[in-house]
Design a protein around this ligand. Structure first.
Ligand code: ZEM
Length: 292
C-alpha cells in the first residue's frame, strides 16, 4: 500500500470522545468563570444557541443554526441579539483549543452543555453544521418580540414548524437567566434560581399575582409578593391564551414531564435546517460533569 500524502494525513474525523472533550472544556469554563451575572454563563449560552436556531423559516429552508451567521453584521447587530457577544466570546478559547469543530456546532454544543450542567435534562446532540459567510445572514425580525402577544408567538413559532405545546415547552427556558436593561431594555430574572433548570417558571406564571411594573422602561410585569421577579408580555400570553394555558398547568405540576418535552423540543430547535449526514440513531449523549 502507498504512504498517505500530506493532505490525507491531515484529515481528522472527530468521534464521540472528541466531542465529549469539547463538552468537558465548556463545562470546566462554566465552573471557572463564575463571576459573570448571576454566577454563570450558562443562561447566555442557552440564549445564543436559541437565537442561532430560532431564525429558521420552514418555507424557504433559510436560517437555523447551520452557518453561525451571527458572527457577522448585520445579524450580530440585530436588536434581538444584543448582549450575545458575551456568549460568543466565552466560547472563542474553546474554538481555539479544538479548531476542528465548526463554530455553528460549537454554539449548539454550548447550549447543550449549559442545560445539562445547570441540572437540566440530557439533550442528545448531532454534529454536522458548517459555517457560512455573511451572505447567509438572515433578515432582522425573525426572532420573537417580547412586547407582543399570543398571535405573534404563533406567527413566529409556527414559521419554524412548532405547535402550541412546543411553544409552551420551549418557553420554560425562561426559568434561566435574566433581562438586562442594556440589552433588551427589560429588567430582572423570571425565577429565584436563574442558574438551575427547574419548572419554577410555570409555577410562578400560575401561582403569583402579576402587575404591570411601574417604571419608565418597556411594559413588563412584576410579581406582587417580592417585586423582584418579572414576566414579559409574551410570557403572560401563555396563561391568557386558553389553548396554551393547559400546557403551562401540566408542566407546573409535573417537572419530569416538562424535562422530557423540553429535551425533545430543544433537540428539534437545534437541528432545524441542518443538512446532517449523520443519522438520528447516531446522536451523541454527553456525560455531565456532575453525573457519576
Ligand atoms: Zn428568551 N429572552 N425569549 N428564550 N431567553 C430573554 C432572555 C433569555 C424572548 C425574549 O424576548 C427574551 C426563548 C423565547 C423567548 C432565554 C432562552 C429562550 C430576554 C432578555 C428577552 C427579552 C435578554 C436580555 O436582556 O439579556 C421571547 C419574546 C421569547 C418568545 C417565546 C426560548 C425559546 C429560549 C430557549 C429555548 C434565556 C436562557 C435568556 C436569559 C439570557 C441571559 O443572559 O440571562
Amino acid at each position: 500500500s502507498q504512504a498517505p500524502n500530506a493532505a490525507e494525513v491531515k484529515v481528522f474525523t472527530p468521534k464521540f470522545e472528541d466531542y465529549q472533550k469539547v463538552y468537558d472544556e465548556i463545562a470546566s469554563r462554566l465552573e471557572e468563570k463564575d463571576d459573570y451575572d448571576d454566577g454563570s454563563y450558562g443562561p447566555v449560552l442557552v440564549r445564543l444557541a436559541w437565537h442561532a436556531s430560532g431564525t429558521y423559516d420552514k418555507e424557504t429552508g433559510t436560517g437555523g443554526s447551520n452557518g453561525a451567521t451571527m458572527r457577522f453584521a448585520p445579524e450580530s447587530d440585530h436588536g434581538a441579539n444584543a448582549g450575545l457577544k458575551a456568549a460568543r466570546e466565552f466560547l472563542e478559547p474553546v474554538k481555539a483549543k479544538f479548531p476542528w469543530i465548526s463554530t455553528s456546532d460549537l454554539w449548539i454544543l454550548g447550549g447543550v452543555v449549559a442545560i445539562q450542567e445547570m441540572q437540566g435534562p440530557v439533550i442528545p446532540f448531532r454534529p454536522g453544521r458548517t459555517d457560512k459567510d455573511m451572505s447567509a445572514c438572515t433578515p432582522d425580525g425573525r426572532l420573537p418580540d417580547a412586547s407582543k402577544g399570543n398571535r405573534h408567538l404563533r406567527d413566529i413559532f409556527y414559521r419554524m414548524g412548532f405547535n402550541d405545546q412546543e411553544i409552551v415547552a420551549l418557553s420554560g427556558a425562561h426559568a434561566l437567566g435574566r433581562c438586562h436593561t442594556d440589552r433588551s431594555g427589560f429588567e430582572g430574572p423570571w425565577t429565584f434560581s436563574p442558574t438551575v433548570v427547574t419548572n419554577e417558571y410555570y409555577k410562578l406564571l400560575l401561582n403569583e399575582k402579576w402587575n404591570w411594573k411601574k417604571w419608565n422602561g418597556p411594559k413588563q410585569y412584576e410579581d406582587k409578593t417580592s417585586k423582584s421577579l418579572m414576566m414579559l408580555p409574551t410570557d403572560m400570553a401563555l396563561v391568557t391564551d386558553k389553548t396554551l394555558k393547559p400546557h403551562v398547568e401540566r408542566y407546573a405540576k409535573d417537572e419530569e414531564a416538562w424535562f422530557k418535552d423540553f429535551s425533545a423540543v430543544l433537540l428539534k430547535l437545534f437541528e432545524l435546517g441542518v443538512p446532517f449526514t449523520e443519522s438520528e440513531q447516531n446522536r451523541m449523549v454527553f456525560k455531565s460533569s456532575h453525573s457519576s
